[in-house]
Each structure stands twice: as structure tokens, then as C-alpha cells.
Ligand binder design. Structure first.
Ligand SMILES: [Zn+2]
Length: 257
């Protein structure tokens, strides 16, 4: 569902499903000028460093965490998972990965997206959280599956205890892909189907593909909240790499406990 506070629009899962602080933060309420308008969270897209710092401060203040404690990674469309142990160094921004899992308390973990799919995972029973960045490459590599597996092997999570929120991403209404990507989805998810719509050009459904993968790991289908707003259709609310023409900001999604 879409919410708003302090001028910041964000999507969230129902509180009865995910009881720990989390949000898929949208693009409004920040200080960055065009084309990063306005709540850009990425230092890697050409926006001024001080604007991003201010934006992160606004987000952190609004959602009640210390911005220095936020852990993100260098996202590379891989299936690598950063497992944050209980103690250890902060500053993982240079680590290449596309998912983070941890049992730490008071440490928000985040991913940055503009069309790709952010996914939040919470195991309330064992006190474990995870966050995933999945575009088409990560989806085909099974990054969501790897994140659930890392929660299981590192912290003892039973997937049956997991609740998940699939955040705003580009929808099958707008996500046209070339034939190679469509073939990849057919190979991974079956043919016909494969979470592919249309044909010439094909369109793929990232959120349903990842929901399917979560269910395959043992997550109850009723425990997965899906935000259905498309980042391209609603690029007034969210950054869309495609709709915004390639140069745009990135939105922060985070979870903490
Ligand atoms: Zn759309």
C-alpha cells in the first residue's frame, strides 16, 4: 500500500504481515534537482554528493534510523548474498552483492532500484531479515532463492516462517525485453508461460517470477505482499530508469529490526 509522511511517499507491506520497520521509499520529498528529482539515494548516478547526503538524512530522520548505520552493497545483478554477522565492520558499500541478510538488531539494510525489483524478507520467529535487488539477470540467477538459502544456512530460518514484501518495480505492462531475455525466462520457468506476456516484443513479469521463486522455497503464498504499482506507469511516485530515459535517481528500500 502507498503511504506518505514528511512529504515522502513510500510503499509498505501491511503491518499485520511485517511487524518490523521497513519501506520502499519513493522519489518525492528530497532535494535533488532534475533529472534526479528529488529523493535520490544513489551516489553513483551523477547527482551531487551533498544532495544525496541530505536525502539520506531526510529518509533516516523520517523513518527513525541513523543514516550511518545503513548497510548497502555494490549491486551488480548477481546472485551474491552478503551475510552480515552479529558483529564486524560497517561500511559494506564496496562489497559486490545483490542481497543482504542479517540477524543484527538496529542495523537497517537496503537496496537501491529504479525499475528493478526490491524484496524484503522477515523471519519474525528467529529475528532474521533480508533484502534483495532482482532485475531480470538476478531473477534468472535466482538471487531471491539464494537469499532465502542464506537465511536458512546462516541463521536457521525455516522458509515456512518467512513473510515477504515485493516492492514497486517495472510491471509486465511496461517491461519489454529482447528475445534472448524472453528465452531465458522460458528456460527458467517453462514454455509457454515463463512469466512472459505479449510477443514481439515480449514483456516479462519480474514480480510474479520472484513470487513464484519464494513459494518454491516454502514461503506461504499468503505471506507474500505484492506492491502492484509499476515504476514506469507511476514514475511520478517512483524512479523509473526506462521511463525517465536512463538518467535518473534510485529509490531506497530498507528493513531493520
Ligand atoms: Zn507499467
Amino acid at each position: 500500500m502507498i503511504m506518505e509522511k514528511d512529504g515522502i511517499v513510500y510503499a509498505t507491506a501491511p503491518a499485520m504481515l511485517i511487524r518490523t520497520p521497513h519501506a520502499f521509499v519513493g522519489r518525492s520529498g528530497g532535494v535533488s534537482p532534475h533529472p534526479f528529482c528529488s529523493l535520490n539515494a544513489a551516489q553513483t548516478v551523477g547527482d551531487a554528493v551533498e544532495n544525496v547526503e541530505k536525502n539520506m538524512g531526510l529518509i533516516a530522520d523520517s523513518f527513525g534510523f541513523d543514516k550511518k548505520s545503513l548497510v548497502t552493497v555494490r549491486q551488480v545483478h548477481s546472485d551474491k548474498v552478503l551475510v552480515l554477522e552479529e558483529m564486524g565492520a560497517s561500511g559494506h558499500a564496496g562489497v559486490e552483492a545483490d542481497a543482504i541478510v542479517t540477524a543484527r538488531k538496529g542495523t537497517p539494510i537496503g537496496v537501491l532500484t529504479a525499475d528493478c525489483l526490491p524484496i524484503i524478507l522477515v523471519d519474525h520467529a528467529r529475528g532474521v531479515i533480508g533484502i534483495v535487488h532482482a532485475g531480470w539477470r538476478g531473477t534468472l540467477k535466482g538471487v531471491t532463492l539464494k537469499a532465502v538459502e542464506a537465511m536458512r544456512t546462516s541463521f536457521g530460518t525455516d522458509p515456512a516462517d518467512l513473510v515477504a514484501a515485493i516492492g514497486p518495480a517495472i510491471g509486465p505492462c511496461c517491461y519489454t525485453v529482447n528475445d534472448d531475455v524472453a528465452e531465458g525466462f522460458k528456460g527458467a520457468f517453462g514454455n509457454p508461460g515463463g512469466f512472459i506476456e505479449g510477443g514481439g516484443p515480449y514483456r516479462i513479469n519480474l514480480r510474479e517470477a520472484n513470487r513464484y521463486q519464494l513459494v518454491m522455497t516454502g514461503v506461504g503464498v499468503e505471506k507474500i505482499a505484492v506492491e502492484r504499482n509499476c515504476t514506469s506507469c507511476r514514475n511520478d511516485l517512483f524512479f523509473s530508469y526506462r521511463k525517465d530515459g536512463g538518467t535518473t535517481g534510485r529509490q531506497l528500500s530498507f528493513v531493520m529490526q
